[in-house]
Design a protein around this ligand. Structure first.
Ligand code: ATP
Ligand code: MG
Length: 403
């Protein structure tokens, strides 16, 4: 229903995969309700109503097209439609559909009714025919069952009926928060923002840890990471980013360890810090953007040697994806342009000429025994700075906890 004259008064939301989740369904719906409310906070006049199989936004004159871009980022929604609500009475339904047809230039159409209230006195087919004939009689619209320009959908519930045409795809997945919380290792690259997105999509809330090595890494590099977090924030409301001062630990690694193992040891340290922060923040897993074979530190041998220092599960959402697939997704969600900004990351600055591709746990442990890294790890945690990131820059200072 794309014309100006016709006024929608609701948005009807169809639940995603959560409807298959049996007894967890209530929690899912409750969480989705909270997340939708949070995502649409700035629309003061709307009301959100949840039922066991649908959610409805009462628009109260708010423009549904203004709401659409925000709703599209809420996981747990399979699709949504702008709707007009009328009483569940065939005369009211016919009048509303006719008003809709008369409000725009004639098109080809098809009526698709669905009754969730089975006691309604007409079956779906009868509703289809009754509604189509009133449109045919009073307008120039023509029926086309196979390829209609407009599909008029009618959902009949006990009290209310919803009349809709367009159906917009939702973000899919599970509502963020139903799956607990994970700590994402967020670099300024392409992969870790995608790992973050895919994790939230499965209903897991995220916090992020970023390792910064000033003055070797710049303020711009850090701002780039916060900007990436800002681009990811709409999917869950807001994101906490833990900025870890990593310079001293990194210099100690280069002083005491063989150059070819520097990256291996550095990543073992990153994992240790991520686990400590995860435990402190009640995160049940660590997430990163490692992709098998992408670089020397991401061979299976490397992953095993690096993973060996921690016990929390490490989720690698992009582990089996090709770079082009990751880039496609980064373009789609809008993180790509920021990710390719040139600022150096701590990994790129200290890259050895010949990093080992098959590091062993034994050698890594031996090299680590040469210096007191525990104290340096403690300092990283103590001096860690927390930034609250909101979808818009202005709100960065606000502190409020959703998960
Ligand atoms: P990305 O993989 O995100 O594109 P990258 O390619 O620069 O960035 P890699 O060297 O491939 O990063 O590191 C693999 C993963 O390790 C990253 O995806 C990220 O999860 C984590 N990581 C690397 N550097 C950092 C950092 N400075 N802070 C936090 N996590 C990091
Ligand atoms: Mg990478």
């Amino acid at each position: 229903m794309q014309q100006d004259k016709f006024v929608y008064d609701h948005i009807l939301i169809r639940y995603g995969e959560l409807s298959t989740k049996g007894k967890n369904r209530k929690d899912f719906i409750r969480r989705l309700h909270t997340n939708v409310k949070h995502a649409l906070m700035m629309f003061e006049d709307i009301e959100i109503e949840k039922t066991h199989d649908r959610m409805y936004i009462h628009l109260h004159q708010t423009d549904p097209f203004a709401i659409k871009p925000y709703l599209e980022k809420v996981f747990g929604i399979s699709s949504f439609s702008f709707a007009l609500r009328v009483d569940s009475d065939i005369e009211a339904i016919k009048a509303a559909v006719l008003a809709f047809a008369q409000s725009q230039a004639p098109k080809t159409f098809k009526v698709v009714a669905r009754r969730s209230y089975k006691q309604f006195p007409m079956i779906s087919d009868e509703i289809n025919r009754a509604v189509a004939s009133v449109v045919l009689k009073n307008t120039e619209w023509k029926v086309n069952v196979k390829e209609p320009q407009v599909k008029i959908q009618i959902e009949v519930h006990e009290q209310d009926t919803y009349i809709m045409s367009d159906k917009y795809p939702g973000a899919g997945g599970y509502p963020v928060g139903v799956g607990g919380k994970a700590m994402v290792m967020l670099s300024g690259g392409i992969d870790s923002p995608i790992a973050s997105y895919l994790t939230m999509k499965r209903g897991v809330a995220i916090e992020c840890v970023h390792y910064a090595s000033p003055p070797y890494t710049s303020a711009q590099a850090q701002e780039k990471v916060l900007e990436l977090a800002r681009l990811l924030a709409p999917y869950q409301g807001h994101i906490l980013v833990h900025i870890v001062p990593f310079t001293d630990l990194q210099l100690a690694i280069y002083e005491h360890c063989d150059e070819s193992y520097a990256i291996t040891i550095m990543r073992r340290m990153m994992y240790r810090i991520a686990q400590r922060l995860a435990e402190k923040q009640n995160c049940l897993a660590i997430v990163n953007g490692e992709s098998i074979g992408q670089v020397a530190s991401q061979t299976l041998e490397s992953m095993r040697t690096i993973n060996d220092v921690i016990s929390l599960p490490v989720i690698r959402p992009v582990a089996t994806m090709d770079k082009v697939e990751i880039i496609d997704l980064a373009r789609k969600i809008g993180t790509y342009e920021t990710s390719i900004l040139p600022w150096e990351d701590c990994c790129t600055i200290f890259t050895p000429k010949n990093p080992v591709t098959k590091p062993t746990i034994r050698k890594a442990e031996y090299l680590e025994s040469r210096f007191d890294f525990e104290q340096l790890l403690d300092e990283c945690i103590e001096k860690c700075e927390v930034v609250h990131v909101y979808p818009t820059k202005k709100k960065d200072e606000v502190t409020e906890d959703l998960f």
